[in-house]
Design a protein. Sequence first.
Length: 146
Amino acid sequence: MSLRDLRREDFAYAVDIPTRWADSDAYGHVNNVIYLSWFDTAVTRMLYERGVLSLHDCPAIGLCVESRCEYFAPVEFPQVVDARVRIGRMGDKSLRYEVGLFLPGVESPAAAGHFVHVFVDRRTRQPTPLAAASKAALADLVVAGV
């Protein structure tokens, strides 16, 4: 399946992100770097809401080692982006999140891509296994067969 073929219902987690005037570039649409910021916002918020990450007491943190975004339609101010997240792969020490960005009333994504975290010890920055409780908190987002 092409990223362009993804639909809202292909993702189990959603968060609305309003565009800001400052997100716009000289051409009047949201600058491409903002899309990756939205990926990060959606993934991080989901991880906080599910108790996988916290500001200070979490022994493991996720470091982004890879990200990719394909752009299909422009986003402009003032629109609200429906950021959708699923997990395409859950490894022992890493997660591959797949993200779709949708506009109101449009079922195909304005943009879609992925974001990979490798989990490391907060202090030593050495790779560390994702806790069983964290895996359980994210299990419903894992897409079978992707």
